[in-house]
Design a protein around this ligand. Sequence first.
Ligand code: GLU
Ligand code: ZN
Length: 306
Amino acid sequence: MPSERPQFPSINAYRGRFAPSPSGLLHFGSLIAALASFLDAKSFVSANGNSGKWLVRIEDIDPPREQVGASSAILTTLEAFGLHWDESVLYQSQQSEIYQDTLSDLQQQNRSYYCQCTRAEIKTLGGIYQGHCRTLNHSKYNSAIRLINQYGLYQFNDVFQGKVDCQQALAKEDFIIHRKDGLFAYQLAVVVDDIYQNINHVIRGCDLLEPTARQLTLFATLNSPAPEYGHVPLAVTTNGYKLSKQNKAPSINNNNPQPALIAALIFLGQAPDPKLVNENVDDIICWAINHWSRDKVTKVKEINIE
Ligand code: GLU
Ligand code: ZN
């Protein structure tokens, strides 16, 4: 275990997680987020010598966007890449009851309201939701549920990016926590689960920088301490698109994980010895844990990988 890593005086147990949505297979962009969150957890050393725990949560709360077989394919890929998780995998599809309880509590405490505005209506009103339905007392039918955003938190200290200022107007919006189509919103589910799993470190890609503001507000509303956040650069292609399932980034090869693993370490600024590519996966991961340095991660939001 590395010794140069500073210990957090207030935290004796690091709990991090990787939370993929099964809308497609793991791609190079999600491998980077998985690897960064894994290495940050596993290189942590607590006062009594324990490394951090790294959990995997499958965010399968949006059935229409789900790809059949993706959940198990993602898990198989993580294992092939030597990213072994602690505890059992949590599936958001199993968590409806706890989301509903949280939602009911928020409703009882008058921290939310029904909204019937359509996307088009909000767009004509300038794109930022101004609380139009706050006092209209709509019924639950054909309504979304919005959080009364009493904190509007928009600043935080990011492990990699330093001081981050999110867009204030968006951060202060009464955002949706339960969708009109009956599904729980990502913001609600992710925060409820981070609390449920006692997560104190969230390391992920810069595509989720802006949502962090809303999540901080939800933690405050739910009277829960927020985790530390760290956002690593996003891998983008020449045309500026985020590498994602949508633009058909090549899926990574479970039978030959070394090259992608080394490429991901280079992307994260960890400067692995190129010869490591000839080692087995567990040795590469072991090297990466021992050499993980937050300071080496490039402080930009995007890196072009073509
Ligand atoms: N499920 C989200 C995604 O795949 C990530 C959630 C998170 O890391 O907070 O984009
Ligand atoms: Zn409305």
